[in-house]
Design a binder for this molecule. Sequence first.
Ligand code: ADP
Ligand code: ADP
Ligand code: ZN
Ligand code: ZN
Length: 851
Amino acid sequence: MVFAEGQTSAGAPDRVVVRGAREHNLRGVDVDIPRNALVAFTGVSGSGKSSLAFGTLYAEAQRRYFESVAPYARRLMNQVSPPDVDSVEGLPPAVALPQQRGGGSARSTVGSTSTIANVVRMLFSRVGEYPAGAPMLLAEDFSANTVQGACPNCHGLGRVYEVPESLMVPDASVSIRDGAIAAWPTAWHGKQLRDSLVSLGYDIDIPWREVPAEQRSWLLHTTEKPQVPVYTGRTPAQVRAAVAAGDEPSYMSTFVGVKRYVLDTFANSKSERMREKAAAFMESVVCPDCRGTRLKPDALAVTFEGHDITQIAAMPLRELATLMNTVLGPEWERSRGAVLAPEQVLAARRLAGELGARLAPLSDLGLGYLSLDRQTGTLSGGELQRLRLANQLLAGLFGVVFVLDEPSAGLHPADTEALLGILRGLRDRGNTVFYVEHSLDVIREADWIVDIGPGAGASGGRIVYSGDLDGLKGAEESVTRRYLFDSPDSPRPTIRAPRPRDQRVALDGVVRNNIRGLSVEFPLGCLTAVTGVSGSGKTTLVNQALPDLLRASLSSEVGETTAADEPERGDPMLAVEAAATQGRAVGPADRLKRIVQVSQAPIGRTSRSNVATYTGLFDRIRSLFASTDEARRRRYSASRFSFNLPSGRCPTCKGEGTMEVELLFLPTVQAPCSTCGGRRYNAETLEVEFEGSSIADVLDMSVTAAREKFAGRADVLQHLDALADVGLGYVSLGQPAPELSGGEAQRVKLAAELRRAQQGDTLYLLDEPTSGLHPADSDRLLGHLHDLVDLGNTVILVEHDMRVVAGADWVVDMGPGAGDEGGEIVAQGTPKEVAAVEGSATSAYLRAAVV
Ligand code: ADP
Ligand code: ADP
Ligand code: ZN
Ligand code: ZN
């Protein structure tokens, strides 16, 4: 058989041909990209990689997909503007796996996202061991998220609220009149309740502990709300006499028991402060019926191989895979086959096989330490992306293009090798894999490299090189080339001298997640990198244990976080439970005045918060607009230029810029607002311009463009420079917070922090700050972090990039493995010392990076 040139055996074109791509900063890009290959898109941050891979190629594939759906839906989709490109040929259907955290509901877990939970429930329903006489349950009966499966006592919450006596009455030596009942309201309402007690025959002047037990119990726990006569301005003896004589009372009062008062206030008060106050007297305890598992007792009574379903859900996936393997073995059939009906044995083998097949890619992607019950909200962006990738692997697609955003994010070099194996597998099955990537090791494995740049924003947007790895050597202009082929110069050759013992903060007896009784030290005034395979416990140590334990040892006035990291307001009971690290901090922690945790958690959950509003930059810009002649003439104040306030915003979308469109049989889509076209403001507000730009124009500008625009405005520029310094020159000022990746969100917070007065004696905790950064940008960021250390601060970061680790003063390597096989310190010392340690998953990779 003979194929025409440019065709593969399947008759499909062998390349994707892009002509005239002008999305964002792309300057009429023409490029031919092979199909059936691993293609890396490289270049400094803001060079245009995402604009090409996601903004052009993926967007175009998606547009074609929508063209093929029903005309009614298409009409709506068409409102989403197609990418700015002359033509794209040879493009297969695309699947994008961006890094954004899926908002997801609190109940979304690894098990539900991967749909593995469904198979497990089926397994329990069909082949579980039931107590004698118990009826067979349906798969739904094993889900706490269904009415038939949820524990009836706690309604599937796993916890019930209690109001313990020790909290209602903290000091039993005090009398009721003197305030023994701390949970009761103060002021007038409190007095009324106490007066009612006198009418009810209580002696409120004796210590609480001397009040008769049955009186105490009734007053605390009664759920009745009796009407009680109240006599004001009389002594207790006079009141008793008045009650006995049936005198006309001053007024009638409704008595409420203490517990009832606390629970009612918590459930019904409109005042956030009142609810918080009530919460202080409540404890949520594990539901006694379901032991916190949220599942009804009938379902919990069913087991498989000795485990109930919640135990299966809590098992590391790797272990679960081993268990399923056992079920498939001949040994199992011999022992269990005797008790089970033949069709049950068959079902067990089929379901175990199915589970094994679904678990394998998760383990291969380095996620074997996760469990089915892990909430997806607690996963990092990289873990979530790999979870989605695993789901795609199962779908068994071929002939499609996968578009990935820095798949190596959050991966130790050892895990990265497994990831590459998976990507090659996708390719070999007939797919194309496009990935935006910064990790040099992952770039080296690509069949084809598209290097974009050479610089960011207006200085980028061109194809610097497109071809195989070897050819990139000749691309003089490429910044990536320098890092791939030139001798690796460590970002910072001089290492600070290791500090003596008394200059270290130490944690002792740390227990949290997979860390069980760990002792660890961190030198003050140094930059420390915490390394280890994914799941070894780095985040647990740096993001949870360190801040929890150090904050507990700092006095409350000095221990401070950035506003950015205030825990989210929500159910006050949950917030209390979250801080559950055991252990203590020892050593000169008093040398630390502040702890600043700069995490990858989103900076906001709604599209109303963005980079400009978060950093305070937008306030400055709005003042500038209010100071223009036109604004003064119209008497527009700064608030007119907020899209959150009625005067300036678009009335149709209330400043959202988008409207929700309900589609029959399809998920709801967001379409640009028909009135303002996505600009968020009303027409009058947009008429006011600052040097030729409206407020909406400014929100559309990248940080880089805004720096030129506001060059003469020192106060605005200061904010913009801080953003550019952390490699965020390419983000637009109005970029909605939920659209930022974890790494970008972290760098926005870092920028806000770097701009503050640097007072020294501050501990900065960071989570892989270089994720999403080209080596050139990460060197710049590292430079700023080292500046912080030179000012007398301490920096501790989780890191995978061995170039960065090699430039740290101190390394703490965790492991040896993930999950239960991790949680320990494998090695600690200077980078050179750790590189020399045998038996560390990190040392071999670090050795290659230390010069
Ligand atoms: P990279 O992926 O290489 O980091 P991007 O493709 O995200 O870079 O950005 C390239 C340029 O396009 C930057 O100058 C950036 O400011 C600009 N840009 C990115 N997204 C948008 C957008 N939604 N609107 C306007 N400009 C954008
Ligand atoms: P790393 O940062 O090294 O990748 P983590 O500290 O995130 O590792 O995780 C260490 C272990 O703790 C893993 O087994 C992980 O599943 C578990 N773990 C982490 N966070 C949570 C959590 N919020 N709830 C339950 N287990 C968790
Ligand atoms: Zn329960
Ligand atoms: Zn609008």
